[in-house]
Write a protein that binds this ligand. Structure first.
Ligand SMILES: Cc1cc2nc3c(=O)[nH]c(=O)nc-3n(C[C@H](O)[C@H](O)[C@H](O)COP(=O)(O)O)c2cc1C
Length: 202
């Protein structure tokens, strides 16, 4: 049984990225439970002065990440880049120095946009940022979902469903990769050199 925390880079109530994350569970391997994080809007702007006594929203985010076996992050693209809300959350999660909670995790990163590029530029930035924080980013088909509004539906008036079979196939493949990465401790293996290096600095 693995517990996966899914984080959307959008605060919007009708967010396609949040809807995409909410639609992933049927494509997860057996025994993988996906929970979408609520509370990114509780994070203040990152301020290093607050690090010794972090605000409650930051503590909640850190604990949720720590308790998870793996993560899925889905980002919108804002002005060819990562939304500030998500960057802010990742900055909080990366601190204090050498104690960041993203280190050692296995992570799937994806993006979604109503536009034709699927937010690929934000996704590339997200993957580069994550890898620099010392974790294992699952490879496989790049899940940058274009024209996402045509690939999601609503069932029973509330539940989002992924209706596009091509996207569904890619999602299944990558979630299988996440299961394998967690089972093999890929995140911990990747970070061993970083932890050694970090320890050498103090
Ligand atoms: C400030 C801003 C900048 C945007 N820039 C881009 C962009 O560079 N590329 C893109 O594909 N969509 C862009 N969009 C459109 C978003 O993809 C669209 O609003 C999307 O629905 C946001 O994701 P969400 O549905 O998860 O909230 C932008 C939207 C906003 C509000």
């Amino acid at each position: 049984m693995s517990r996966i925390l899914a984080i959307s880079g959008s605060l919007r109530a009708e967010s396609f990225n949040t809807a995409l994350l909410n639609a992933l569970q049927p494509f997860a391997p057996k025994g993988m439970q996906i929970e979408v994080f609520k509370g990114l809007d509780e994070l203040p702007h990152f301020n290093q002065d607050l690090e010794p006594n972090p605000p409650a929203g930051v503590v909640r985010l850190r604990e949720a990440i720590l308790e998870a076996d793996g993560l899925i992050i889905s980002t919108p693209e804002y002005n060819r880049s990562l939304p500030g809300v998500l960057k802010n959350a990742l900055d909080w999660a990366s601190r204090p120095y050498a104690q960041g909670v993203l280190t050692g995790k296995s992570i799937v990163a994806m993006s979604a946009s109503p536009g034709p590029q699927g937010g690929i530029r934000a996704l590339i930035q997200l993957k580069a940022l994550l890898r620099d924080l010392g974790n294992f980013v699952v490879s496989g088909p790049e899940i940058a979902v274009p024209e996402v509004h045509t690939r999601l539906g609503v069932e029973a008036d509330v539940q989002h469903v992924l209706t596009d079979p091509v996207t569904a196939g890619m999602v299944s493949h990558v979630l299988g990769g996440l299961r394998d990465a967690i089972d093999n401790g890929a995140g911990e293996l990747v970070t061993r050199p970083l932890q050694t290096w970090s320890a050498a600095q103090v």
